[in-house]
Design a protein around this ligand. Structure first.
Ligand code: NI
Length: 226
């Protein structure tokens, strides 16, 4: 499932986050890359343990915790503390796949990456290039979203970021382990939940929405891993 989630952050939050990040330290992005992807990666990152990363990361996690579309689509079990990258002056990230297991640095916590997320802090008008290109079974999908919006995509997919030839592309990126490991099962639950929401909205008296809600929870009970 490839899903764009609009307005995860308000424009005010984006401005605040950009101010905090601009005053932060930026280091070579290869610090968090695996062996294979470090050869493809050319960008800058805020160090994982930098207070700016944790401050803006917490802002993102708080917003996602209240975002019904995100919660319904991702069914998150564990979310990696958000990281931050910047591309400028022709920087890019060649085709790679994200590591399957990630350890949160300095902690014993590990998670399986089922879903990858990129949240944009600079708008498409501020830079040229910098498309996130995701290869899935339907072909290559090119993504470049307004500031404050986020793309959610399967961590199993190959992906790359095209060179940024003008301006700065600043994003947050992170991963999550879902209660539903399988992308197909997670998509079914998301479709079912979306349909139930629409029925409940359009036909509040319809008794079958309760039955469908039961089906939803019984599938979740069958498939969820905690
Ligand atoms: Ni990646």
């Amino acid at each position: 499932m490839l899903l764009s989630i609009p307005n995860v952050l308000t424009s005010q939050q984006v401005l605040e986050a950009r101010k905090i990040l601009s005053e932060s330290a930026w280091v070579d992005g290869r610090v968090t890359a695996g062996h294979q992807s470090s050869k493809a990666k050319d960008n800058m990152q805020v160090p994982e343990d930098h207070p700016a990363a944790r401050q803006v990361g917490d802002m993102i996690l708080a917003a996602l915790g209240k975002n019904p579309l995100f919660l319904s689509a991702a069914l998150p079990l564990k979310v990696f503390p958000p990281l931050f990258n910047r591309y400028a002056g022709g920087q890019s990230f060649g085709t790679h796949v994200d590591n399957a297991i990630r350890q949160v640095t300095g902690t014993p916590h590990r998670l399986r990456t089922d879903l990858s997320a990129t949240l944009f802090f600079t708008g498409p008008e501020e830079y040229d290039g910098g498309e996130l290109c995701i290869e899935d079974t339907y072909g290559v999908k090119s993504v470049k979203l307004p500031a404050g919006h986020m793309i959610l995509y399967p961590s199993t997919s190959l992906h790359h970021v095209t060179p940024v030839t003008r301006g700065d592309r600043i994003c947050s990126f992170f991963w999550m382990q879902s209660m539903i490991r399988d992308d197909g099962q997670r998509s079914i639950l998301f479709d079912l939940d979306s349909a139930i929401q629409r029925i409940s909205h359009d036909h509040p008296q319809n008794a079958y929405s309760v039955q469908l809600t039961g089906v939803y929870h019984n599938l979740l009970r069958q498939w969820a891993e905690m």
